[in-house]
Ligand binder design. Structure first.
Ligand SMILES: Cc1cc2nc3c(=O)[nH]c(=O)nc-3n(C[C@H](O)[C@H](O)[C@H](O)COP(=O)(O)OP(=O)(O)OC[C@H]3O[C@@H](n4cnc5c(N)ncnc54)[C@H](O)[C@@H]3O)c2cc1C
Length: 393
């Protein structure tokens, strides 16, 4: 067994260039985005700059114009991109496009790659992923999926309601999960946004602000689809979702770790300059505890994430490992940002100091891609099953 955390020269070069790009080009645009929302115009502008800076889509395959980094190397680069809430969008490694890109790369046909994957990697279009439904439909429990896909001639007709669909407004296409009438299982469909049966409705007014295209209600109003709209195999939608979910959980961890690190660094910079009760805040016991606990959480979260990313890079499906890591990292980054707010005082709650915006934006990560409780349930079930098998061989 060999442990090796060496960051190769190419990864270090990209990491440093991403850091310079974020500091020089992305951070100066943050306040306007916080105040007015993230527009497609701003996205395109930042993406053009990212391409010119040679930091485009580090996680995407090289043959499609991305950086072509291995998944464990990506961990270093996406953390850096995440130090600005706009960074992942600028580098075309933000959710949901980044997860969709990976899924399409794994399961799309040659025609689907040409039509959907290539423009997505190039940043010419955005996409969304439509799984969640309003109650009583699919949420934490995907088996409650109610959107239906029924056969019509060679093709399909999709009917149902989705909500909280990130980026649906302005997306060129959506990957939609529906229960198909033939297999009775779930299937994935590629639905063009200009399909008259794909209707984007209101945006949920959530506490985060730095995604583009909202978190939208989407109605599949008897959307008529051709036979080749199926992504992957019919009836294997949940299996394909796993292809997307394990790495997508990890890439969320990578980006949010960067955001938490930034919040911590801003708070510590303030604490070393701020004098209270006759001494710098950073030198006072209870503030030292906040600073030290953040350093510990950052290091532990990064170590766990690198290990799981390495397992995925070795070809493991990483279902259980990514569950564990998702729970720990999503809760650790919440703790880190909460302590950063406390250390920074009143302005720590503000967008001006950035920490307040990170605090609001990071909260949902404990819910999407599997709420902490759902991951804990599945981890515990696996452990109990293994234990029963060991006790009763
Ligand atoms: C900002 C944001 C972006 C999103 N983007 C997308 C998107 O692009 N596409 C998409 O399809 N969905 C998206 N979602 C939806 C997200 O995936 C769901 O919110 C999530 O799966 C939980 O489903 P639910 O909201 O229906 O909560 P419910 O299923 O109603 O669960 C509510 C709560 O119950 C608890 N819980 C669940 N199961 C258990 C259990 N077994 N034991 C104990 N407690 C439990 C959890 O704490 C959970 O948060 C997004 C959500 C947010 C907040």
């Amino acid at each position: 067994m060999a442990f090796d955390f060496t960051v190769t020269p190419r990864v270090a070069d990209w990491r440093d260039r991403i850091a310079a790009f974020i500091a020089g080009t992305v951070v100066p645009r943050e306040q306007e985005a916080f105040a007015g929302g993230v527009t497609d115009e701003l996205r395109r502008e930042l993406q053009r700059a990212a391409r010119e800076a040679g930091v485009w889509a580090p996680q995407a395959p090289a043959e499609l114009g991305g950086g072509g980094f291995r998944f464990d190397e990506t961990a270093v680069l996406l953390e850096e991109a995440g130090t600005s809430l706009l960074g992942p969008l600028a580098l075309n490694c933000a959710a949901p496009d980044e997860g969709n890109l990976h899924l399409l790369d794994m399961v799309a046909t040659a025609d689907q790659r040409e039509r959907y994957l290539k423009p997505l990697v190039a940043g010419e279009v955005r996409s969304c992923f439509a799984m969640t439904e309003p109650p009583p439909g699919a949420g934490s429990d995907p088996a409650a999926l109610r959107t239906t896909a029924r056969r019509s001639g060679d093709g399909w007709v999709l009917s149902g309601e989705k909500h909280l669909i990130t980026g649906a407004e302005g997306a060129a296409f959506s990957i939609v999960m529906a229960r198909d009438s033939e297999s009775g299982g779930a299937s994935m469909f590629l639905v063009d946004a200009d399909n008259p049966g794909f209707v984007v409705g209101e945006h949920a007014r959530t506490i985060d602000r730095t995604t583009v295209g909202g978190h939208c209600r989407v109605t599949l109003a008897d959307a008529v689809l051709p036979a080749d709209a199926v992504l992957g195999e019919p009836g294997r939608g949940f299996a394909h979702a796993q292809v997307r979910l394990a790495p997508a959980r990890l890439t969320h961890c990578m980006r949010w770790l960067g955001a938490a690190r930034r919040a911590h660094e801003i708070a510590v910079e303030r604490a070393v300059e701020r004098e209270v009760f006759g001494a710098p805040l950073a030198d006072q016991g209870m503030a030292q505890q906040l600073i030290a606990d953040n350093e510990i959480d950052l290091a532990a979260a990064r170590a766990m994430m690198w290990h799981t990313a390495w397992q995925l890079a070795q070809g493991s499906r990483g279902t259980e490992e990514s569950s564990r890591t998702k729970v720990f990292v999503s809760e650790a980054v919440s703790r880190i940002v909460d302590r950063a707010v406390q250390l920074a005082g009143g302005m720590g709650t503000s967008e001006e100091l950035v920490i307040g915006r990170i605090y609001a934006d990071i909260r949902a990560f404990r819910i999407y891609d599997g709420a902490s409780e759902v991951h804990r349930m599945s981890i515990a079930k696996r452990v109990a099953r293994r234990t029963r098998e060991r006790l009763n061989p």
